[in-house]
Design a protein around this ligand. Structure first.
Ligand code: CTP
Ligand code: MG
Length: 171
């Protein structure tokens, strides 16, 4: 379904393995201040977006800022892999705490494509096998996302579907 009618006040989780195109999608469809990316917060707290042991500090900071935005009634997009239910639970809890709708846009692309993109960009400090495992974890848990609390889950399953997607805001 190419049309994504987002509630005006939502916490939007962009969900997908590394190299699935979350940051590209975010830059295309959302304003720069609407998007909170885990890479960006990792860089802010540690000096590099690749410092893997800075995850806890990065996510604490990201969630702090997300909460401030939601308090003001600002739509907020979380650009992090969020392929594990435990990672997504924290997003649902945050949205509920601020009475906003948790929704998800899932980029569920073929594993071979993700691995090819990963090799082509060459800027990630982990192997293509890690990307494959992220994709497997997403596939395993994707059907449960409604039960996790997401009010809408839009799933894009090919580069063509991602390309065709258009986002609007509904009051
Ligand atoms: N890319 C592409 N075609 C698209 C979207 C992305 O070829 N339609 C490429 C980008 O140029 C980039 C790579 O795929 O080299 C990953 O895209 P990105 O948006 O950075 O993916 P993320 O999901 O944000 O990856 P990460 O979790 O590692 O930040
Ligand atoms: Mg990214």
């Amino acid at each position: 379904q190419p049309h994504i009618p987002l509630p005006e006040l939502a916490l939007v989780a962009l969900v997908g393995a590394s190299s699935s195109g979350k940051s590209t999608f975010a830059a295309r469809h959302f304003g720069p201040h609407e998007v909170l990316s885990s890479d960006h917060f990792r860089a802010l707290v540690s000096g590099s977006e690749h410092t893997l042991d800075a995850n806890a500090a990065a996510f604490d900071s990201l969630f702090y800022v997300a909460a401030k935005r939601l308090e003001r009634g600002l739509l907020t997009v979380i650009d992090a892999t969020s392929v594990r239910p435990d990672d997504r639970r924290r997003l649902v809890d945050l949205a509920r705490a601020h009475d906003v709708l948790p929704v998800a846009i899932v980029l569920d692309l073929p594993r071979g494509l993700l691995e090819a993109r990963h090799e082509a960009r060459g800027d990630r400090p982990f192997s293509a096998a890690v990307v494959g495992r992220q994709q497997t974890e997403l596939r395993r848990t994707l059907r449960g996302m409604g039960k996790e609390g997401f009010r809408h889950v839009w799933t894009l399953r090919s580069p063509e579907e991602v390309e065709a997607a258009w986002v609007t805001r509904v009051p």
